[in-house]
Design a protein around this ligand. Sequence first.
Ligand SMILES: CC(=O)SCCNC(=O)CCNC(=O)[C@H](O)C(C)(C)COP(=O)(O)OP(=O)(O)OC[C@H]1O[C@@H](n2cnc3c(N)ncnc32)[C@H](O)[C@@H]1OP(=O)(O)O
Ligand SMILES: N[C@@H](CCO)C(=O)O
Length: 349
Amino acid sequence: MPSVKSEAQSTQKSKVELFNFDQEFGLESGSSLPELKIAYTTHGKLNAAKNNVVWVFHALTANADPTEWWPDIVGKNKVINTDEHFIVCANILGSCYGTTGPDSIEPVSGEKYGLDFPLITIKDIVRAHELLRQHLGIIKIKLGIGGSMGGHQLLEWAIDSPSLFENIYLIATNAHHSAWGIAFNSAQRLALEADPTLAYKYEGAGEKGLKAARAIAMLSYRNQNTYRKTQSDFEDKIDGFKADSYQAYQGEKLVRRFSPQAYWTLSKAMDSHNVGRGRKSVRNALTKVKANTIVAGIKSDILFPFAEQRFIAKNIKNARFELIDSLYGHDGFLIESEKIKNHLLKLLK
Ligand SMILES: CC(=O)SCCNC(=O)CCNC(=O)[C@H](O)C(C)(C)COP(=O)(O)OP(=O)(O)OC[C@H]1O[C@@H](n2cnc3c(N)ncnc32)[C@H](O)[C@@H]1OP(=O)(O)O
Ligand SMILES: N[C@@H](CCO)C(=O)O
């Protein structure tokens, strides 16, 4: 079940379902979980032909309800229309919004896993999605959509099961997490680990570290221009700068709704992303994708530079690359709804 924090403070409005997989779930690392719970939402109805499925993949800190975090994309009369499509979104393995993760209770000890939660990879997260797909009786996905770490999952799955997806939309993502991206994650983990309470299992453990980690992450989600335009001070002052309180506020905002240990775990999973692992090369893996594909990049994204999306598009047979101009850098994938909508309409027509 969701952790105390997520139950109390998530703003999820849609009904979250729980799929219990009561068997051992093996992981790529060689360890395993004794059981698995997957929290997910569905919106709309599966039609008789079972050909109206849209699967949405969330990024690092979002949850199973895309009508909440992508409200201009998913909803009634939106481009991903709940009256037309059957929309599935699952909270990812390792997160804290209902799916098994560090905040879940380890059945033998009866305690939270915390940092004892095993190392998980994007491939493990995708294998959990695959279990849910079977449980829901879905045989074909009309459209998969994923940005950032959501794009990691979608790309991995579209390579592993090429016939499953008719269309895919990848945005602000990559095929192999970059040294730069891993370095950002590493800096955030160092901030988490500098909090001596991180390894404890009581409510609130690791929160100071999470606040600092999110402040570091913000620098990669936005860019110099975003801060110049939104956080510049124009009056004479020697202290109390806007950018300073913004960093602190963003850290506190995440602490109110996310788990430090889940953040640590998911950042390690993100580092593991490499579609070339076990498939000779990244290029070779990308050639396996059969779906009609749009790969979108954001010009001002310093975390996932658009060269990474152009590379994916170049190596997938039926793919085109689209570039979005945005002030918001990487977070543009959550904000630039109008541009994303136009791309999705091209895939859906
Ligand atoms: C359970 C759940 O809630 S999960 C769903 C929510 N989160 C997700 O899905 C994850 C993905 N979402 C995100 O990362 C973000 O919400 C985004 C990228 C979509 C938008 O980011 P935001 O933080 O909303 O935007 P922005 O950077 O403009 O910051 C605005 C906030 O900073 C505050 N702020 C702005 N400048 C300052 C400043 N100088 N000092 C202090 N606070 C400031 C604003 O008052 C505002 O506060 P609010 O969020 O409480 O209204
Ligand atoms: N702001 C997003 C970015 C991750 O790519 C999140 O917190 O999920």
